[in-house]
Ligand binder design. Structure first.
Ligand code: 9MR
Length: 767
């Protein structure tokens, strides 16, 4: 199952970023100044201006910037035709003033033609008295078409910008990037459950056991013990020990762990943080919505105009044509969620995200420790709160309605199939609010994978919405059946691996698992013989699907297996299905036990994949499901322990969830939560999961700072690092599922044990 998305993808990613794969340039070249007339001693020769008025020549460049422009680049000064050498390091320096106080400049070294890639950029706030700014970066490309640009637009009022001593010096020694990893005692910086496992990792050169102490907020020692040396951890390259303080069960906040002369970051012992995280992780979706204004009263600081609703300067999603030659109709594909930090909307990925939100709810309804009311009406503070429908279903429906719109209408060629994606014709820059995106939007060809994503999720929706809106449930089921039939008729229409301009590819060469998943959801909802037969005849049904990466957007066999194991059904041989989940969980448990950072994730060669945090969480979902099926405490403890890595027990000592933990990801790649680039914009909302370490380091900033990184170190909390630090709908769905599970383990059990394990009989709705 893990054979897809191989080398081709990194090439796709390079192409997507407008980069070319060329050999590295010579190292250690002489220092060479690239900027011409950077001192402005004889005027502004060699510099261009755009929509600013130049002041008198006085040995520097001064520009009056108009107010009322929309984008940073709507007013700028710069110099073109600079040569950059791939792999060479540059020192970029300039002196600038801004008056009045409070204005900022976006200073970019990047490509002077579309797609205007930024190789290095900063947005310092300027002062009236002036400062000199110095940065070092390494060029990810060879190009004779680089520019330095100072973007000044986007402000309400006019202001004056002055610039002097601009320099771009090539051949300087590269700056070594050393992340600040804080204290060497690594803990879950948020909370351990009072009755749950409590483990930490100590980074140390010591080879023998060391004493540790657990201290409460007032510094009193409440527990102590000795560390267990674990040798060198291949996922980080560090020599480490582990600390088990699970014997201490008292609730509290502001605790610290002390060992080897180091004091950990503070943490709680309690459940409250997980009750909050279960909601914050799910609230993430409202501010990702397309086609509707985001209400500031519901999300203070995050209100924004509706994106892509046919109001300038959007071209809108109300009547979107296909790419040239793909179809001759246009569709209303408004709504849905933006996939990530881009403005694209992809059926493959919308599918797994919807599945996992619905699964979070379905699990909460049927698992012994589930609390569906915690995701009920009024819990997520969304416009639909108060409509008597569980909020998590309302939120998932926002995407489902969009997925339904992507189906090819009757009477057209390939009717019933589903378009793979809709996004901009070209990649856009950052920051860019959804409502400001000027690009043409296009539908991309239908694919079998997208069609099966709709079949699976619309079928799943049909059983979960039936109790609330039978008409919607019926519409969804009809669309699912139609999609299933269309996929059978067109079983191998694959997305192109090179269709990655203006949006991601989400290409997948093997759709046998998508067929299995769709058949499963249709079977669970209808009991239909056709679907049952497909499941039983599919090689995927008996294949070993629990590899090092259990599931993600491209690997959908496990979601099917988990649902067959947990959602009530009469599939022949269901015991074997359940056994396979348990055996898969045993494997993740063995991985976790062998891992000194206590996580159920050890990809081949410790090469972390794109979105590794959510892949780790999805492995934990398998553990959690094994607990739900068997009631075995070891599975629950493994699942709960997996959260520690996400929340700070890791080589970088960072929590990958925004605003959870003392040091957390704050700058995920996004065109609208782009505070790192523009102080007027918000940062990602609390509860946003970063994709985390990615050994592929496909983006320029990661390439310049993280070259040669080991596993866990392949991460940087920088908005430009789209390959290590993006936020997406499918990553937050993994977080939502797991946060809900962990919160449930802290709460008292809802119901008694069902006869066949931990599940209780279902109330209404399902068969
Ligand atoms: O999550 C996707 C990852 O599995 C792929 O390897 C990568 C390259 O194709 O794309 C990731 O998805 C991105 C998508 O293509 C566009 N929106 C942002 C997604 C997260 O980076």
């Amino acid at each position: 199952m893990n054979k897809r998305r191989t080398a081709l993808l990194s090439l796709t990613a390079l192409l997507a970023a407008g980069l070319t794969a060329v050999p590295a340039g010579p190292a250690g070249a002489d220092e060479v100044e690239r900027v011409r007339n950077g001192t402005f001693d004889t005027g502004t020769d060699s510099w261009w201006t755009s929509n600013v008025t130049l002041g008198p020549a006085d040995g520097r460049l001064c520009a009056d910037v108009p107010g009322g422009t929309a984008n940073r680049w709507d007013a700028a000064v710069g110099q073109n035709d600079l040569t950059l050498v791939k792999g060479e390091s540059y020192r970029f320096r300039f002196t600038a003033t801004g008056s009045p106080e409070g204005n900022s400049v976006r200073a970019v070294v990047g490509l002077q033609v579309a797609p205007y890639d930024a190789y290095h950029e900063v947005t310092p706030q300027l002062s009236v008295s002036g400062n000199t700014y110095t940065y070092t970066f390494t060029s990810p490309v060879d190009t004779p078409q680089a520019q330095v640009a100072f973007q000044l637009g986007g402000g309400a009022a006019t202001w004056r910008f002055c610039l002097d001593d601009v320099s771009l010096l090539g051949g300087v020694p590269p700056e070594e990037y050393k992340p600040d990893t804080g204290p060497r005692v690594r803990v879950n910086q948020v909370a351990y459950l009072p009755a749950g496992p409590k483990n930490a990792t100590l980074v140390t050169e010591a080879t023998g056991p060391l004493p540790w102490k657990l201290k409460n907020a007032s510094g009193a020692v409440v527990a102590s013990g000795r560390t267990v040396p674990r040798g060198v951890d291949p996922s980080s390259g560090q020599n480490v020990h582990t600390i088990d303080f699970g014997g201490h069960r008292g609730a509290g906040s502001g605790l610290t762990l002390v060992a080897d002369g180091e004091t950990s970051r503070p943490f709680d012992i309690g459940t409250a943080a997980y009750e909050k995280l279960r909601l914050d992780a799910a609230k993430f979706y409202y501010t990702q919505r397309s086609g509707t204004a985001i209400r500031d009263d519901l999300r203070p600081g995050y209100g924004r105009k509706a994106g892509h609703v046919d109001v300038a300067q959007n071209q809108g999603d109300g009547n979107v044509p296909c790419q040239p030659g793909v179809c001759d109709y246009a569709l209303d594909v408004t709504g849905g969620w933006y996939d990530a930090g881009d403005h694209g909307k992809y059926v493959v990925n919308g599918g797994i995200s919807v599945w996992q939100l619905l699964s979070t709810y379905e699990r909460a309804r049927i698992a012994r420790t589930g609390h569906a009311e915690k995701l009920g009406d009024g819990t997520l503070n969304i416009p639909e709160s108060g409509n008597k429908v569980p909020d998590i279903l309302d939120e998932a429906r926002w995407e489902l309605e969009f997925l339904l719109k992507m189906q090819v209408p009757d009477g057209e060629p390939l009717a019933g199939m589903v378009h793979h994606k809709i996004h901009d014709e070209q990649w856009t820059g950052l920051p860019l609010l959804p409502s400001d995106d000027p690009q043409k939007r296009e539908l991309h060809p239908p694919t079998t994978a997208a069609t099966l994503n709709l079949a699976a999720t619309a079928a799943q929706a049909a059983r979960l919405y039936r109790a609330y809106d039978p008409r919607f449930a019926a519409t969804a089921l009809a669309a699912a059946r139609k999609a299933w039939a269309a996929a059978l008729a067109h079983p191998d229409v694959l997305a192109s691996e090179s269709d990655g301009i203006g949006g991601g590819t989400y290409a997948d060469r093997d759709v046998s698992d998508e067929f299995y998943w769709a058949a499963t959801e249709l079977y669970l909802t209808t009991g239909g013989r056709e679907y049952r037969d497909h499941i039983l005849n599919s090689p995927v049904h008996t294949a070993d699907v629990f590899g090092p990466i259990s599931f993600d957007w491209a690997r959908t066999a496990v979601p099917a297996r988990l649902d067959l194991a947990t959602v009530p059904n009469r599939l022949p041989g269901r015991d074997q299905v359940r056994r396979s989940v348990r055996e898969g969980a045993d494997r993740y448990l063995a991985t976790l036990k062998a891992h000194p950072y206590g996580m159920p994730y050890a990809p081949e060669g410790h090469r972390y994949d794109w979105g590794s945090t959510h892949q780790m969480l999805n492995n934990a979902v398998v553990l959690a499901t094994a607990y739900d099926i068997t009631g075995g405490a070891k599975y629950r403890d493994g699942a709960v322990q997996s959260m520690d890595y996400i929340l700070g027990r890791n080589a970088l000592n960072v929590s990958y969830v925004t605003d959870y933990g003392e040091v957390s990801a704050q700058n995920q790649h996004s065109r609208w939560y782009a505070r790192q680039l523009d102080p007027k914009l918000p940062k990602p909302p609390a509860g946003s999961l970063s994709g985390g370490p990615n050994s592929g380091i496909q983006d320029p900033i990661a390439q310049s700072k993280l070259r040669g990184c080991t596993g866990q170190f392949c991460f940087i909390d920088d908005i430009q690092s789209w390959s290590t630090n993006e936020l997406t709908i499918n990553w937050n769905s993994a977080l939502t599922w797991m946060a809900s599970f962990v919160a449930d383990q802290g709460a008292p059990a809802a119901h008694g044990s069902a006869a066949d394990g931990s599940f209780r009989p279902v109330r209404g709705g399902t068969r």
